[in-house]
Write a protein that binds this ligand. Sequence first.
Ligand SMILES: [Zn+2]
Ligand SMILES: [Zn+2]
Length: 282
Amino acid sequence: MKVIEERLVGGHLSTSVGIENTPISASKFGFRTYQIFSKNQMQWKAKPIPPETPDKFKKNREANRIQSVMVHASYLLNTASSDDELREKVREAFRTEIERCDAIGAELLTFHPGSFKDATLKIGIENVASLLNDVISKNQSVTVLIENSAGQGNSVGKTFHDIAEIIDKIEYKDKVGICLDTCHAWASGYDFTNEQGYQNMIDEIKNTVGIEKIMGFHLNDSKKGLGEHVDRHEQIGLGKIGVKGFSLLLNDKIFFNVPMIMETPKGEAGYMDDLSVLETIV
Ligand SMILES: [Zn+2]
Ligand SMILES: [Zn+2]
């Protein structure tokens, strides 16, 4: 399929087979890229990675021609929060996520900036940046990707302008990029389904964060409407974005080598259908 040979499209995969075996799961779909959680995403604690796992993982990656692996950080890491006690837990857990990525050699670590609750957006942005500066080190290999939000509640990251403000405050800027979630962008009001809207979004990216900072995508359709600020993923082509809505993005050469990870509701049971829908537009 062109969509996996000529684009870097993959999906989120289960680690129930063991992290070291996830490249084999990926190869069943033909993926050259994919995403995993490196630990239970709903818990603070992480079981240590067994010492033999990184080598086995790397061997399996090579044998299955995996180009790029994205890890999704725990949903508990609310970096935008002003609560000191929580922030200390988030710092520790974020450092663990970075260490685990470097241990296995995952290239990308994506996280949701979180919510500023009863503070202001300005404070939320400062909180995210200062926390990232506390946990990102010059010598780490993994690149940390800030995921755009659907704009729900008091979430940080609903515009590229906001994300640019975070990145402006980061010390090691070369360790930070963006993961653009199509469902979230749509929910937060970016209509990239027509030429003018797509160009507006790309121009905003160019004028704020810079196009080279888009280092990953989450490729999801949306159950909810444009600008409704609700984060509900749908199978590709079956939601409000629709298959044609992905056409400009999937055919934009600047992104042919950027990992595009599906996080569609059926997961591994639905990816072959998602891929065959995408295949009709590439
Ligand atoms: Zn996502
Ligand atoms: Zn989402």
